[in-house]
Design a protein around this ligand. Structure first.
Ligand SMILES: *[C@@H]1O[C@H](CO)[C@@H](O)[C@H](O)[C@H]1NC(C)=O
Ligand SMILES: *[C@@H]1O[C@H](CO)[C@@H](O)[C@H](O)[C@H]1NC(C)=O
Ligand SMILES: *[C@@H]1O[C@H](CO)[C@@H](O)[C@H](O)[C@H]1NC(C)=O
Ligand SMILES: *[C@@H]1O[C@H](CO)[C@@H](O)[C@H](O)[C@H]1NC(C)=O
Ligand SMILES: *[C@@H]1O[C@H](CO)[C@@H](O)[C@H](O)[C@H]1NC(C)=O
Length: 233
């Protein structure tokens, strides 16, 4: 009774102090901000991938938890036009302990590692039917079995699209070649014009000098000849 009363008055004294209440609120808020998502699953920044039929594709997924994990349950589902098809599932007993993954799909392989908090899977020999949404799901019993999931979309394209790509590459290189050709032609034209101009200047000089010589010499000789010829005639 006595101690109870004492602690009561002690608490009363502290709660009356506004600073203590504020400090408590701030601490609670900070913890709340840090741990709003005790567990987080993520498929990365890019939520989709486009692959060619026949190739293998990584369906990425990682988890992170700020309070740690214990018996973390995860699975992968495929959204088959609204019906969820379970592809694999496992429990990670503790951090760093590799899970024993049960796989329900014959072309699926678990490639993750609990050391990297990685629960990615690999899908082999993709067909057009594999296109769609893949859901990575995880649940950590440490946080009241809250469900967490992330969606990764797989787009399967025909090899023809690859041909389209090569076609655009061809077109681009042709355009590039044409531009290169035009530049070469223009450079050649500039050089030719330059030399032509030089040649013309030389020609003009030659014409001027030769015509000058011609005029004087011819005129002189001509007049001389004329002069000589006319008395003879
Ligand atoms: C991809 O699909 C096309 C068209 O259906 C087919 O011709 C081709 O063989 C397929 N490629 C592979 C590797 O399965
Ligand atoms: C998907 O479901 C819709 C209606 O629910 C249906 O019309 C469509 O044919 C289905 N597609 C496939 C591929 O099953
Ligand atoms: C994928 O296809 C190749 C060749 O078609 C085959 O050898 C291989 O076993 C297939 N892999 C799986 C997991 O089905
Ligand atoms: C997860 O593991 C796979 C296979 O080892 C790897 O390719 C992938 O990059 C990993 N993802 C992350 C986010 O580490
Ligand atoms: C989590 O998902 C399971 C089904 O996978 C469901 O039964 C359970 O009610 C969900 N829990 C919460 C807290 O949403």
């Amino acid at each position: 009774m006595d101690s109870h009363g004492n602690s009561g008055s002690f608490l009363h004294r502290w709660t009356r102090s506004g600073d203590a209440v504020h400090a408590g609120l701030v601490v609670t808020l900070l913890i709340g901000v840090w741990c709003t998502q005790a567990l987080e699953v993520s498929v990365g920044k890019v939520h989709f991938v486009e692959v060619m039929n026949g190739s293998s594709v990584l369906l990425p997924c990682t988890y992170s938890s700020c309070i740690g994990i214990k018996n973390l349950y995860f699975n992968w589902h495929y959204n088959d036009n609204g019906t969820m098809v379970k592809l694999c599932e496992a429990v990670i007993p503790a951090e760093g302990v590799e899970p024993h993954v049960k796989i329900y799909h014959d072309r699926l392989e678990f490639v993750g590692s609990s050391k990297d908090s990685n629960i990615s899977v690999l899908l082999w020999n993709v067909t057009f039917e594999d296109e769609g949404e893949y859901i990575c799901f995880a649940r950590n019993p440490k946080e009241k079995d809250r469900n967490h999931s992330a969606v990764f979309t797989l787009i399967v394209v025909d090899q023809l699209k690859e041909v389209d790509n090569t076609l655009t590459i061809i077109i681009m290189s042709v355009v590039g070649g044409l531009i290169g050709l035009i530049i070469i032609v223009m450079v050649i034209k500039a050089i030719v014009v330059h030399f032509l101009n030089k040649a013309q200047e030389k020609n003009k000089e030659c014409l001027v000098s030769s015509s000058g010589n011609d005029n004087t010499e011819n005129g002189l000789s001509g007049s001389k000849a004329d002069n000589k010829a006319s008395p003879k005639a």
